[in-house]
Ligand binder design. Structure first.
Ligand SMILES: Cc1ncc(COP(=O)(O)O)c(C=O)c1O
Length: 392
């Protein structure tokens, strides 16, 4: 039987690995799952009504790139949030950002760069689709440590010029999953300047952009406008999964250059799946409404405060700037996750499952990722047990 080689070296996905690690072990208490980044706060009450009112749309093929109304709502949101004008020709609705991140690489990464195999730069640890997308197009994934020394953001400038010249795409996740770090306007400006110098694209995964504490994280679209960057170089990915607690809606968007977006639209029209029409109507309404987003943020804010109280005085504890994960330092993440489950029933993800050893060790190894998605009382029980098991 012939089989492809391109994905043969992929490690097992994080969650099956965790099941293999903990599977044979009984929980040491009432199980509390703090592993998966699935929002659990309520989604807006009007969602069901919009689906019901527009259900006839399930009987039609939906428009490929998003309805004009949805693209207009997204364009208005970008103008409000980032103060920049991005017209509908520079937008495409996505079935969640994961497929968009993957398909953008398919649509935008060249076969070669300067006659050589292109490189795709990504932070380490990282959201796994970045590496799979690079492998799908035959590019080399280059994982760049995003560790405490660098403020948990990758320093792409430290790469050898040879690698930077081969780079076709650089991913950046801000606010970052798993570390909760936020790229400043200056960081974005430096990355855009580097991209200009070495002629690569910047794909900004900003799906946690609305889950912040006090200050809205700067976005790549505003940084690009301020720097006068070529819009064809910059792609921002946003999602309703975290912002509006609608991970099952599978809805987001990409904003970029009109030429690149038209490549993505063309690929979608041959091989992709547009969003069902009623779900596009829900998305349109969601992007137009900030009330539910502010309510959602307040629920997370209460849990950040809770975490700060529970972990006060724990050496190395860092309160995340945004997103909904704690990235907690431990000696060995796998051993800590196993012990925590065995002794308390709290389930967390070993940080190494989100990173790679790209030479110099896996930068996730000494961490566990803890999702603050459950209701506050359950989160509190989980964090208290975590602290007493691992830090006392
Ligand atoms: C960093 C990051 N990017 C992208 C996604 C994909 O989100 P969605 O496809 O639901 O928009 C996630 C989901 O957990 C994520 O953590």
């Amino acid at each position: 039987m012939i089989r492809p080689e391109r994905f043969s070296n992929l490690p097992e996905y994080a969650f099956p690995r965790l099941r293999a690690l903990l599977g044979a072990e009984a929980p040491g208490g009432e199980p509390i799952d703090m592993t998966i980044g699935e929002p659990k706060h309520p989604f807006p009450a009007w969602v069901e009504q919009v689906v019901a009112e527009t259900a006839a749309g399930f009987g039609r093929y939906p428009p490929n790139e998003g309805t004009p109304d949805l693209l207009a709502a997204i364009s208005a949101w970008i103008a409000r949030r980032y103060g920049v004008a991005v017209g509908p020709e520079r937008l495409m609705a996505l079935n969640g950002t994961r497929e968009g991140l993957f398909n953008a690489v398919l649509a935008l990464c060249p076969e070669t760069k300067g006659g050589r195999r292109p490189a795709v730069l990504m932070p380490n640890p990282f959201y796994q689709v970045y590496a799979v997308a690079a492998l799908a197009v035959g590019a080399e994934p280059v994982c760049v440590p995003a560790t405490a020394e660098g403020g948990f953001l990758p320093d792409y400038r430290s790469l050898p010029p040879e690698t930077l010249d081969r780079a076709a795409i650089a991913f950046l996740c801000s606010p970052a999953n798993p570390q909760g770090s936020v790229a400043s306007a200056g960081y974005w400006a430096d990355l855009l300047a580097l991209a200009e110098r070495h002629d690569f694209l910047v794909l900004a995964d900003e799906c946690y952009s609305e889950i912040y504490r006090d200050t809205p994280p700067p976005g790549v679209l505003a940084a690009a406008a301020a720097a006068g960057a070529d819009p064809e170089r910059v792609y921002a990915f946003h999602s309703l999964s975290k912002r509006s607690n609608l991970p099952g809606l599978r809805s987001g968007f990409v904003a970029g250059g009109s030429e690149g977006i038209s490549r993505m639209r063309r690929l979608r029209s041959y091989a992709g799946a547009p969003l069902p029409l009623p779900l596009q109507r829900v998305a349109e309404r969601a992007w137009a409404d900030e009330t539910h987003v502010a309510e959602n943020r307040a629920l997370y804010a209460a849990k950040y405060e809770l975490a700060d109280r529970v972990f006060a005085g724990v050496p190395g504890y860092r309160s995340p700037g945004a997103g909904f994960f704690l990235w907690l330092p431990v000696d060995d993440g796998e051993a800590a996750a196993l012990r925590l489950w065995r002794e308390t029933g709290v389930r967390v993800l070993p940080g190494a499952y989100l990173g790679r050893d790209a030479g110099g060790g896996n930068p996730g190894r000494g961490y566990i990722r803890v999702a603050l998605v459950a209701p506050k009382a359950e989160t509190e029980r989980g964090l208290e047990r975590l602290r007493s098991c691992l830090y006392e």
